[in-house]
Design a protein around this ligand. Sequence first.
Ligand SMILES: [Zn+2]
Length: 134
Amino acid sequence: MIVLTAVVVALGGLLYALAVRPEDLPPAGPVSPAGALEEKRAAIYANLRDLQFEFRVGKLSDEDYQHSKLGLQKELMAVSARIAQNSGTAQAPKAAAPAPVAPPGVTCPKCAARFPQPMKFCGECGAPMTGGAA
Ligand SMILES: [Zn+2]
């Protein structure tokens, strides 16, 4: 019984592998949402190419081709929109954060040497640092 089950499972797996094209399979393993969307978009592009090929070789009627193409293009637009949305939200915090123009510290008013810590006298030229001036 166990052997029979194993054979059936193996045959089922083989048939599944033969019947299903790789691009139709869901992504295996843990994939980031962005990666999954990119894969989906690539799969849709592949399907569109296949569709175009099948239409060219006469496997599909014009109506079927247009209908399937429209469906895939809608899907593609939805996936592309989600990819754009994801990249937009990912970049938003970077854009909102003010860019650090000058590092904290003090600049010597005489020789313009920069020091990370506030100092009373310049370590380069010995000039007195004006308090608070950065
Ligand atoms: Zn100085």
